[in-house]
Design a binder for this molecule. Structure first.
Ligand SMILES: C[S@@+](CC[C@H](N)C(=O)[O-])C[C@H]1O[C@@H](n2cnc3c(N)ncnc32)[C@H](O)[C@@H]1O
Length: 257
């Protein structure tokens, strides 16, 4: 059967507005990602970090603030970059046009790289790995984040949108990413799960999914999405003892040899 998700399936030129609202970070998610950045990037005292596939700049200013460094967000979509410039301009952050296979930075210019929900969108992962290896200084790290292990099948909201699992099954697994990255001199150091509260209750979760900003929700059919949203709305309505919605994603750490 033909895959339902391939790199290029999502048109980010049309996504920028919904993405920025639908993927807003909870305070708990921010704290979890700050801890990740401090654990893996801060000990190397980074002066300059690459946010590759920076989108609307959700993380670029945060990385600059957390790590006290300059950040270059590299992003191919003009619409996403325009939103980043409008909503997330920051003194020590620049946003550049570019692609994972052609990063517009000098050799060894970066002391760390952050790829948040990006690698599955990249058509040529070995080329991305070669570019990362070129722009990273030896000893520095690339952090790759996304739903790249079988744990993705347990994401709570998929209970309401089971068809979304079909889309996610086409995302690469960590083993494939590692096999594509290691030949470029990026040594696999760790794979771990990162969990955080995405919404305080089901009602807030339903408001968020309604914006349909997640790749998997965009790529299921409109009927499948409407049925899932109705299931989630009904569960939110019935929730008498609101509980936070905790979700998780995978972090793969590479060290530039
Ligand atoms: C799910 S969004 C994530 C954006 C941002 N990292 C974040 O977490 O908010 C994926 C981003 O990857 C970008 N992207 C897609 N193909 C890419 C490529 N070949 N090289 C670099 N970025 C790419 C998209 O334009 C989009 O902005």
């Amino acid at each position: 059967m033909a895959p339902e998700f391939t790199p290029g399936s999502v048109d980010y030129e049309r996504q920028a507005g919904a993405f920025s609202r639908g993927r807003a970070l909870s305070a708990d998610a921010k704290a979890a990602w700050q801890a990740v950045a401090e654990r893996w990037l801060a000990p190397l005292e980074p002066a300059h970090v690459l946010d590759l596939g920076s989108g609307t700049g959700r993380f670029s200013p945060l990385l600059a603030e957390w790590l006290g460094c300059t950040v270059t967000g590299v992003e191919p979509s003009e619409g996403m970059r325009a939103t980043a410039l409008r909503e997330r301009a920051y003194p020590s952050v620049e946003y550049l046009a570019g692609d994972a296979a052609a990063i517009p930075l000098d050799d060894g210019a970066c002391d760390g790289a952050w790829l948040m929900h990006v690698v599955h969108h990249v058509p040529d992962r070995p080329a991305c790995a070669r570019e990362l290896s070129r722009v990273l200084r030896p000893g520095s790290r690339a952090l790759i984040v996304g739903s790249y292990t079988v744990a993705r099948r347990k994401i709570p909201l998929f209970r309401y949108f089971p068809e979304a699992l079909r889309i996610m099954d086409d995302f690469p697994l960590a083993e494939q990413i590692i096999a594509d990255f290691e030949p470029a001199g990026l040594r696999h150091e760790a794979t771990e799960a990162v969990s955080y509260v995405t919404a305080p209750d089901l009602r807030a979760a339903a408001e968020r999914t309604r914006l349909r900003a997640d790749t998997t929700l965009q790529l299921i059919s409109d009927e499948e999405f409407a049925r899932g949203q109705a299931r989630l709305d009904a569960a939110a309505e019935a929730e008498t003892n609101p509980q936070p919605v905790v979700s998780g994603t995978d972090l793969i750490v590479f060290r530039r040899d």
